[in-house]
Write a protein of this length. Structure first.
Ligand code: HEC
Ligand code: HEC
Ligand code: HEC
Ligand code: HEC
Ligand code: HEC
Length: 188
């Protein structure tokens, strides 16, 4: 998967949401906090997305595991953005409990019916000359390590960049963890 622009995502097969056992979820709090009602989306950090998809609702309050949607994080360079099919697996039935949720979920259903996946705006992007393999990092740092680099996404109504993603940031952690700092490790 490359740069955004209508990227469709790898997609997880439609699974039954109930089948996700709360205790088996990694990096998620035991008790879920109710996501707040947000009336002023203009004040949120991070780029505005075509659908107001809230991580604090899905990954926070409802404790859907990160890997349920970003399923390739442990297997490939890119964690992947879920296909609309993954969304529709739940939203065929879940219509939303408030008018604002219903209005946004309607967009998900339309995206599915019209086969027009949302064009999610990319939040994190390294320059093209840098190599960053997710799976290698997660293998060593663990599946809960998303938070180390991305901040507590479970509490974010709209995802924003927390780490600088500058070379110094990468090299610092490599230094601390005794990982190679060879130029060619990260640069093609
Ligand atoms: C129900 C599906 C779903 C779950 C669960 C989920 N995400 Fe996401 N994630 C998305 C979608 C869709 C996007 C693209 C839209 C956006 O940026 O909000 C995204 C975007 C992101 C981004 C920004 C990607 C970029 O453009 O740079 C990060 C980082 C991220 N998710 C991390 C996480 C983490 C960490 C968790 C678990 C705490 C998680 N996600 C759980 C669906 C999900
Ligand atoms: C595992 C089930 C599940 C999956 C998968 C899922 N959702 Fe949801 N979603 C929910 C639940 C539960 C709610 C809360 C509904 C309510 O009470 O209003 C919700 C709420 C929403 C809302 C309204 C609240 C908000 O986040 O702004 C939107 C929009 C939404 N989902 C979009 C998506 C999109 C887009 C995807 C795919 C990237 C997705 N959902 C995947 C279960 C899911
Ligand atoms: C060691 C730091 C680090 C860890 C750990 C990490 N990420 Fe990332 N993530 C990054 C960087 C750096 C980028 C930007 C990569 C690029 O632009 O090539 C990124 C990009 C992303 C993206 C956007 C990629 C795309 O295809 O649009 C998502 C989604 C994401 N990460 C999710 C996750 C999830 C989920 C986890 C945990 C399972 C995780 N990340 C763990 C550093 C990290
Ligand atoms: C929080 C700590 C941490 C941060 C931040 C981090 N890394 Fe790493 N990185 C690691 C660890 C640990 C390994 C060793 C993985 C292994 O042993 O396979 C690693 C390995 C690598 C590798 C080698 C993977 C391979 O194929 O052997 C590359 C390339 C890499 N990192 C690039 C980056 C880049 C680029 C950044 C910044 C955008 C970055 N890392 C930020 C901890 C980090
Ligand atoms: C652990 C990963 C990592 C290693 C090791 C690494 N770099 Fe980088 N480098 C990055 C990242 C990420 C960027 C892009 C972000 C930035 O500009 O800071 C970058 C950017 C650069 C740039 C462009 C800076 C600019 O201002 O545009 C140069 C030049 C560079 N690196 C040279 C080197 C040299 C020379 C070495 C070896 C001594 C090296 N890098 C080692 C991750 C790394």
């Amino acid at each position: 998967m490359t740069k955004r622009g209508g990227r469709v995502g790898v997609g997880v097969a439609v699974a039954v949401w109930i089948a996700v056992p709360a205790a088996a979820q990694t990096g998620q709090p035991a008790a879920s906090a109710k996501a707040p009602v947000i009336s002023d989306t203009g004040r949120l950090k991070g780029p505005r997305q075509p659908i107001f998809f809230r991580h604090d609702v899905h990954a926070g309050q409802d404790q859907v595991p990160c890997l349920y949607c970003h399923s390739t994080a442990t297997a490939s360079s890119e964690p992947g953005i879920p296909a609309v099919q993954t969304c529709f697996g739940c939203h065929q039935m879940i219509g939303g409990s408030t008018p604002s949720h219903q209005a946004e979920i309607k967009k998900v259903r339309e995206a599915w019916v019209n086969k027009q996946p949302p064009r999610w705006v990319r939040v994190h992007a390294l320059p093209g000359f840098v190599r960053f393999p997710h799976m290698r990092h997660i293998k060593v740092l663990g599946p809960e390590s998303c938070i180390t680099c991305h901040g507590d996404v479970r509490a974010m109504p709209q995802v924003y960049q927390v780490a600088t993603l500058k070379m110094g940031w990468c090299v610092n952690c490599h230094l601390q963890r005794n990982v190679s700092r060879d130029c060619t490790l990260c640069h093609y």
